[in-house]
Design a protein around this ligand. Sequence first.
Ligand SMILES: Cc1cc2nc3c(=O)[nH]c(=O)nc-3n(C[C@H](O)[C@H](O)[C@H](O)COP(=O)(O)O)c2cc1C
Length: 169
Amino acid sequence: MKETKILSPSEWTENPFTLIGKEWMLVAAEKDGRVNAMTAAWGGLGVLFGKNVAFVFIRPQRYTKEFVDAADTMSLTFFGEEYREMMGYMGKASGRDEDKVAKAGLTVVHDGETPYFEEARLTLIGRKLYAQDMKEACFMDSVQPERWYPEKDFHTLYVIELEKILSAE
Ligand SMILES: Cc1cc2nc3c(=O)[nH]c(=O)nc-3n(C[C@H](O)[C@H](O)[C@H](O)COP(=O)(O)O)c2cc1C
C-alpha cells in the first residue's frame, strides 16, 4: 500500500483543467453499505461560502446519483494514465447492471464515512453543501442546450466542501 500524505489546499499545485478535463475523475459514494462510482470529466474547483469547494455535475439517469443523493459525503479520485482503460469502463458501464468496483479491480477504503479507492494517486474528500438541478430556461444561447441535452436530461450541480486532499505520491 502506498503512503498517503494529506495536502493542504495552499500547497496543492495541480492544474484543475487538465486534472478534471483530461485525466478525469471517479465520483464515488456509499448507500446502504454499497459503493458505486462513475467517471466524470465535467466539474470544477474553487471557493464558495468561504470554503474550498469542488463542483460536480451528474445526469439524472446515473446510478451513482442515487448514492450521491443518499450520502452526506463523496470522494473524487484521480488515477493517472495507466488507469485510462479502467476510467473508460467506469464511464460506460452502470452499477445498475454489474458490480463495477469489483470488475474494475478497485479496492474500496474509507476516510471516516467516505469511500475512496486505494489505487488512486489523488483523492478529494467532500461534504455536500448545495445541490440544484440545471434548468433549461437558465442556459445562455451560446451553450446550445439542444446539443448537450437532446433528451433534456439536465445535470444536477453538486457543490461539495473539500474536507481532505489525500496524495499517494
Ligand atoms: C470521460 C467521461 C466523462 C464523463 N463525465 C460525466 C459527467 O461529468 N457527468 C455525468 O453525469 N456523467 C459523465 N459520464 C458518464 C458516466 O460516467 C456514465 O454514464 C456511467 O456509466 C454512469 O455509471 P453509473 O450508472 O454506475 O452511475 C462521463 C463518461 C466518460 C467516459
